[in-house]
Each structure stands twice: as C-alpha cells, then as structure tokens.
Design a protein around this ligand. Sequence first.
Ligand SMILES: *[C@@H]1O[C@H](CO)[C@@H](O)[C@H](O)[C@H]1NC(C)=O
Ligand SMILES: *[C@@H]1O[C@H](CO)[C@@H](O)[C@H](O)[C@H]1NC(C)=O
Ligand SMILES: *[C@@H]1O[C@H](CO)[C@@H](O)[C@H](O)[C@H]1NC(C)=O
Ligand SMILES: *[C@@H]1O[C@H](CO)[C@@H](O)[C@H](O)[C@H]1NC(C)=O
Ligand SMILES: *[C@@H]1O[C@H](CO)[C@@H](O)[C@H](O)[C@H]1NC(C)=O
Ligand SMILES: *[C@@H]1O[C@H](CO)[C@@H](O)[C@H](O)[C@H]1NC(C)=O
Ligand SMILES: *[C@@H]1O[C@H](CO)[C@@H](O)[C@H](O)[C@H]1NC(C)=O
Ligand SMILES: *[C@@H]1O[C@H](CO)[C@@H](O)[C@H](O)[C@H]1NC(C)=O
Ligand SMILES: *[C@@H]1O[C@H](CO)[C@@H](O)[C@H](O)[C@H]1NC(C)=O
Length: 888
Amino acid sequence: MMMEIYICYILWMLCAIFVHGQLQQGFISIDCGTSVNFTYLDIDTGISYAPDEAYIDNGINKNISSEYAYPNNLNLPYPLSDLRSFPLGNKNCYTLKPPVGKGNLYLIRASFLYGNYDGLNKLPEFDIYFDVNLWSSIKFSEASETVITEIIGIAQSDNIHICLVNKGLGTPFISALELRPLNNSIYDTEFGTSASLVLFQRLDVGSTNGSGRYKDDIYDRLWSSYMLPTWDSITTSTAINNNNNGYQAPQEVIQTAARPANDSEPLRLYWSIDDPNSQFYVYLYLAEVEQLEKNQSRKFNISWNDPPLSTPFSPRYLHATTISSPRALVGKEHWISIYKTEDSALPPILNAVEIYLVKQLNESSTFSEDVDAVMNVKTMYKISKHWVGDPCGPKNYSWEGLICQYNGSVPPRIISMNLTSCDLTGTIAASFAKLSLLESLDLSNNSLTGPVPEFLEELKYLKFLNLKNNQLSGSVPTALIERSEAGLLTLSVDDQVDDQNVCSSSSCKNKKTNYVPILAPTMSALVLFIALLVIWKLRRRRKSAKELVVSSKKHIIVSKKRQFTYAEVLKITNNFNTVIGKGGFGTVYHGQRADGTHVAVKMLSASSSQGPKEFQTEAELLMTVYHRNLASFVGYCDDGDNMALIYEYMANGNLKDYLSDTRSHTLSWEMRLHIAIDAAQGLEYLHHGCKPPIIHRDVKSANILLSESLDAKIADFGLSKVFPSDNQSHVETTVMGTTGYLDPEYYNSRKLNEKSDVFSFGIVLLELITGQPAIVKNDEPIHLVHWVSPKLEMGDIESVVDKRLQGDFDVNSILKALELAMTCTTPTSSQRAAMSLVLLELKECLAMELSRSQEKNMGLREEITTKSYNSSEVYSKDIDSMTGPLAR
Ligand SMILES: *[C@@H]1O[C@H](CO)[C@@H](O)[C@H](O)[C@H]1NC(C)=O
Ligand SMILES: *[C@@H]1O[C@H](CO)[C@@H](O)[C@H](O)[C@H]1NC(C)=O
Ligand SMILES: *[C@@H]1O[C@H](CO)[C@@H](O)[C@H](O)[C@H]1NC(C)=O
Ligand SMILES: *[C@@H]1O[C@H](CO)[C@@H](O)[C@H](O)[C@H]1NC(C)=O
Ligand SMILES: *[C@@H]1O[C@H](CO)[C@@H](O)[C@H](O)[C@H]1NC(C)=O
Ligand SMILES: *[C@@H]1O[C@H](CO)[C@@H](O)[C@H](O)[C@H]1NC(C)=O
Ligand SMILES: *[C@@H]1O[C@H](CO)[C@@H](O)[C@H](O)[C@H]1NC(C)=O
Ligand SMILES: *[C@@H]1O[C@H](CO)[C@@H](O)[C@H](O)[C@H]1NC(C)=O
Ligand SMILES: *[C@@H]1O[C@H](CO)[C@@H](O)[C@H](O)[C@H]1NC(C)=O
C-alpha cells in the first residue's frame, strides 16, 4: 500500500516536472520563511520553490500557528505554511534579478497568510511597493485569510525591488513571492512603460467545478470560476487553438463559456470602486465552443457603460481571441454588456475575463550617479545599517542617515549623509565627492585614517562637514578652509589635523574641467559617421525603394463618429483661408469647429495609390493612439479625392520655426530640456507603448508642435503608415524635406527600425543645444553633426552652445545632453540608445539644470527637504474596498 502511494507520487512528480519543466523558464518562486537551502518541488503545482536568502538579507523566518497549518488546514498550499517577518527597519526589499532582464514584461504575485504566526492575534496592515511605486496596501479581515496581489509591469532595471513598508500598523511579513515572465506583446495599455496593472479580477466564466491554477497556463495565472443563475454554461472538450493569441488562456479556462439563459438578454458584468479616478483595463477572452449550422450565426456587440468597446464580433470556432479596451475605463461604476446584434440567431458568449486596475509608475528612482556613489560607500565600509532597495525611494522611506530632495518627476537627489558612529575604517572614500548635491556630511565618531582629501572641495554645495573623533592626519584643503572662513561651510575637525594652509593656493585650486575625455569615446564613431555621410551624399540620387510598412490588426476601432465630409472641411477651414504650414504630406490649414475649438487641417495630396478603405482603417487606428505628447487627432475626411487629417491646434507652431524666431531668445536651457523630454516621451510611447510599435520615420523639429504653454507634442506620427511613400515625386519631397534628419544606415540598408527615429531625435536635440538648423547654412551648407564634431574635438564647447542662452545653464547638464545627442546620432544603429534610455538621461540633464537654477534663485534648499510628503495621499485605493463583479 505504502509502496503504491509512493510510486504514484513519483510518477506524479515526473509528470509535473515534464509538464512544467519547459514552462517554468524564467520563473522565480520564493517560499518566504522556509529553512536555509531548502529547495523543493511543490506537490500541488510541480513548481520548484527556493528559500529567500538569495533575495533578501533581513527579516526572520516564522511558521504559522498550528491551528491554521496542516493537518488542521488540509488545503493549505505548502509555500504558505511559513513566512518571513520584518520587525526591523521601515522598508525591507527583495531583489529579483530575472534572467531576461529589464525592458521585459513580468507578472509578480505576492501572497500573505498571517495565521497568527507571532501569537499576538493582531492583524497587521502594511504596504507593498513595486520598486519605488506603491503596488498595494495589504490588509486582512481574519487570521486565516490568504491575501494575494498581482502586478503586471515592465522591469525598469535589471534588478526589481519588491519592498514591504511598515506604516506603523503592525509588522510586515510575506509568505510567497513569485515572478513569471510574460510575452511583451500582451496586456498593453495606452500608458506604455509608465504604468503597471494590478489584478482586480480574473474569472473563468462558465466553469462550474472549481477554481484553478492550471498546468497548461504558461504564465501560471490563478483563475476563479464564475457562473450566475441567469446564465447557462456551454463547454467543449475539443482543444482550442491559442496559436495567434499571446494571452494563451489555459484550455480548461477557454473551453468553458457562459451564455444568457434567455436568448434575448445580454451578458453583463458589473463592478464598482470608491475612487472615481480609478482606471481599469479589461481583457475579454472569446472562442466559439459550439459547432454552428450553416444557417446559424453568433454575433455580438460589447459595450462599456454605454459606449461600444468593439465593432460587432463573431467568435471563431475553436480559436481564442482576446479583446481589450483601447483606453483605460475611468470611473466608479462599470458595466460591461455583451448583447447580440439584430442579425444574430444565437445569444452572446464569454469564455473568460480579466480586469486590472492601472497604477501609474510615476515616482522616480534616485539619480543614478548618487546611487552608484552611495552603493560604493556601502560596500567599501561594509555598512551594517539597514540599507536596502532604492536609497531615496519610496518617498519618506529613504535609507537611514540619508536625506533626499524630491522634486516632482525629476529623480530624487541625496543632499545629506549622516554616518556618525558607524565603525567606518580606512580613508575617506572618493565616492563621497560624487554626491554632487551633498550639503551635509557627518562622518564623526568613526575610525577613519589618512588625510582630509582634496576631492571634498568638489562638493560645491557642502555647508556642513563633521570629521570629529577620527584618526585623520595631514592638513585640511585650502578651499575648505576658505569656505569655512567665508561662513559658507561649518567645518569640524579634530585638533591633530593641521588646519593651516600648507599647500600653495594654485595646487589647491579646483582644476578646470576638461571636456575632452568625456567626449572622446564618441569621436571614433564620428569619423565613421562622416565617412558614411559622404557615401550617403553620393547615393542621394538613387530612388528609394518601397518600404515595408508594419501593418496592424486591431479588432477595436473607436466608434465615435469622427469622419468629416469635404463640405465640413471647407466650412471648418473657412475655404482654406489660412495656411499654417506645409509638409511632405500636404498643406496644413487653420480651422475652427462649430464649438469654437481651433484645429489644424492637413490636406493630403490625392495621388496615393492606397485605396480609401485602407486610409480609413489606418486613420481610425491612429485615433486610438493617444498620449499627451502626441498631437491628438480630431478626425479625418475621406471624401472622393479629398483626404484630410484633422488635429488639435497648437498655438505656438512648430519647434523649427520657434527656434529660428526671435521668440526663442526667451527659451531657456530648462525650457529646451522640457521640450526635449516631452518629445522623447511621445517617441518612447510610439516605440514601446504601441503594439505593434509605430516608427515615426519623419522626426524633425518641424514635426514637434508647441502648445501655448510650450508643452511639446509630436505630429505626423503614423502618417507614413496612412500614406506609404510609394509615389516617386512624393519620395523626392520627403527625402528633400528631411535631409539632415535621415538615418544614414536606414538610407543605405532600407532596413527600418526604431533607432532611425533615435537618430533623427539626436539631430533635434542638437538643434536645441546649438540653436542651429539641421543643415547649417555656412558658405557651404553643412550637416549639423559635421558642424558640431570638429568643435567638440577641439574642446570648444562655447562655440557649440546656442549664444542666445547667454551662458545661463549648468555646464554638466549641457555636456551630458551633447554626449547624448552624439550617441543618438552614431552611424551604427545598434550603438544608439533606445528612447527609454534617452528619456532617462534627459531627465537627469534636467535634474542637473534644476538644481543649479534652484541654487541660483532660492539660495538654500532647506525648505524643500523638510517638506513632508504623504505617499498615502498619492494612491487612492487599496484592494480591500473594491467589490468584485456581479451581474445584474
Ligand atoms: C547551505 O549550503 C551551503 C552550500 O552548499 C553550505 O555552505 C551551507 O552550510 C548550507 N547551510 C545550511 C544551514 O545548511
Ligand atoms: C517551521 O517548521 C519546520 C517543520 O516543522 C521546522 O523545520 C522549522 O524549524 C520551523 N521554523 C521555525 C522558524 O520555527
Ligand atoms: C472540471 O471538470 C473537467 C471535466 O469534468 C475536468 O477535466 C477538470 O479537471 C475539472 N476541473 C477542476 C478544477 O476540477
Ligand atoms: C508573443 O505572442 C505573439 C502573438 O501574440 C507571438 O507571435 C510571439 O511569438 C510571442 N512571443 C514569444 C516569445 O512567445
Ligand atoms: C426573455 O427576455 C425578454 C426581454 O428581456 C423578455 O421579454 C422575455 O419575457 C424573457 N423570456 C423569458 C422566458 O423569461
Ligand atoms: C437551419 O438548417 C437546419 C437543417 O440544416 C434546419 O433544421 C433548421 O430549421 C434551420 N434553421 C433556421 C433558423 O433556418
Ligand atoms: C452594434 O454596433 C454596431 C456598430 O458598432 C451598430 O451599427 C449596431 O446597431 C449595434 N447593434 C446593436 C444591436 O446595438
Ligand atoms: C547625525 O546623527 C546624530 C545622531 O544619530 C546626530 O546627533 C547628529 O546631529 C546628526 N548629524 C547631522 C549633521 O544631522
Ligand atoms: C503620480 O500619479 C498620481 C495619480 O495616479 C498623482 O496623484 C501623483 O501626484 C503623481 N505623482 C507624481 C510624482 O507625479
């Protein structure tokens, strides 16, 4: 008997390993609180769980009380029988390093079962963070409750920090932490990488025999069965084809569906939430499970509250499709209704549904140079303080001994470091000098030796330096003494340190910054680029071949009527009265709609070979693309030979005109950086937030529009899709119009990728820095990169930077931006940074410039650092007060 069970078990395990073996690739499964070195295969799932010591240094292991454990609780999943609790420190973090690394989409699941592990019988309440952004608040209604929260998000770096934060309402703990890599093409939202999705409900509709975690779910999702008395269940036992559906619902889930018992009623799902600003995404899984007769049809419309979510839809027999909302569904009350169309004989069906709540990932991680510096300090002195996760984030939870400065969307900076009585030994680390905004440094009561180093002079904002009670020797650098004497620095050193000015003032002066080394690495690339430029010029006359246009199949088309007739266009533009621009694709006119809103109407030349049908489809598609840094579409006209796209009107015209205009005299470096960041955000969204990605192909300053308040938006995106350039004269004009912006590698290889846009963006960035156009009008017209590079080689930054800035900028910020522009315009596309990285670097440029102008305008920064931030206000809702779907 015993033997048989044992053999069964072995067979089962082999089976589990077989099924999950190839599916578990990239899974990280941590059984928090389990004994050291205890790695096991879970009997229920066949998934291999590991203990937490490889992921975290802090916390203590505990078992739940026997009352809640096996055998009193026979259904308890094994990983939940123990947990790790964190009585010390207000922030404790697991560091996950998934093998696929950053930029990939992951599902992360955290599970919590209190089970009176501490014998206090007091339910704790705490927060969990995804890096520096709040993920969820964890609350329990009883000791036996298992709380599970899931988040789907893109890793911003190779290390993902999952942090538990003590809010003063009990000791945080965690029972299990799991990470599953997802296919990057699924669960897309309008927010691109800047938002994540927290699971609200995941329902296996029409299933009657229980909820599950199915072996054939390659993403290891948990599905809850869902059925209503007014519904009928219909199922199939034939396999459903998931091949073209990245969502890959498990067979058991997609094979069951529900239909209304009364044929003429719709299927309805309802849920509500307290916060009216909550944003939801819904993913509906549909597959026909009944073999229909020739004369039968099943067709239905799906609507949210009232507006339709999709055009009439017929599920394919035994083929899975997933329909999602094109935009976030915002509000307190939500109704999804699926009702049959008039020509449909059969009632609607639904196989499964997932509902997610959007969490904006809008908090920044600490400035990367500060992180590197402080990490070096931590390793060098083996600091035993509780230093985990991001040094400054989340807000209010910076590392002990650090004070950070937070400033909106700019990465936080470290401005004070207190390492008093930390048993520091050895010399003073050079890394301290890398904390360039440091105002206060307290290293007192340690065993530091060696001299007071000169590099401390580089900390130009330093106002407080305490080195008392150490074994330092030698002399204090002159510059520090001078600043102390001028009352700019409070300096405390031991008596044995000679604070006489012993070195000659020249050797102690700050060395002039040498620009050449910083830019040197880009030089060789430049030479290559110039060579390519020559080749390119020689080839210019050759015809450009037809280019591949990525075509997109979206099932969802925005239904709001936004098609205009030619007569309406005539009226809106007052018979094409005012021309406001001319581009490769046609002339742009000013217009005003009946409701008074101003619009820009772009008339497209009628010579396209593309049929009107494709034009309409693409125009509709473009209208579903929405981002605040993309000029939004108002509508389109497709009336005979007349085709037009209607955009929102931007009061300050385009960046090219603005930069060449006298108004640009008032355009500060900070404003220019804001414009660059806006444009980069728009592009980043097109590249990484749109599925499939949209490559602009005509990024240039003339296509960056400025609003009244100088917010920048990218225009003409996707136009190359609407209007593929297959007409000879048209190609000529496009190439002419974009000379200077065109990626030489793309031009030569005709192989298009998003790095071509990065090249063009690099040119725009150079225009912002230099104030020169892409083709500089010297005696001989010269390419901007060609104009800049010899000057950089000479280290002559002054003549590169726009004179109109009058030297009013942070030199390091400009240098970093220049370096970035040169990286973007590297001839080899693989060496160019992706837009997400470009964006990050630009934000750091802005941070540098802001801290300079702040210093200049406000003097000291104390007010800001003492301001208190309440992160709980930022996020509105926790999982507890949400009510699940129920039908009406
Ligand atoms: C865990 O494994 C490592 C390496 O195999 C070993 O050095 C260590 O002693 C083990 N720890 C315990 C508690 O068994
Ligand atoms: C938890 O229970 C396991 C199995 O009974 C035991 O080996 C382990 O030492 C316990 N852990 C703690 C922290 O008590
Ligand atoms: C539900 O029923 C089907 C068919 O009877 C069976 O194959 C499946 O394993 C059951 N699922 C669960 C979760 O019990
Ligand atoms: C992701 O899903 C798409 C279909 O939506 C598929 O073509 C692609 O191969 C999948 N990628 C991976 C890595 O499975
Ligand atoms: C089905 O629904 C329709 C419309 O709501 C209603 O008129 C009809 O009485 C219902 N039929 C049954 C059998 O309940
Ligand atoms: C559909 O065709 C079947 C025979 O193939 C017939 O029995 C049935 O009445 C038809 N139904 C309708 C609604 O015409
Ligand atoms: C379904 O939607 C289409 C347009 O999307 C509309 O024309 C049709 O009237 C709708 N059908 C019903 C029954 O509402
Ligand atoms: C550093 O912390 C100690 C106590 O931990 C405090 O006495 C000292 O004033 C702090 N230094 C600064 C500069 O705030
Ligand atoms: C982040 O977004 C939330 C709304 O989702 C907002 O309340 C908060 O102010 C934003 N934080 C930052 C730093 O922009």
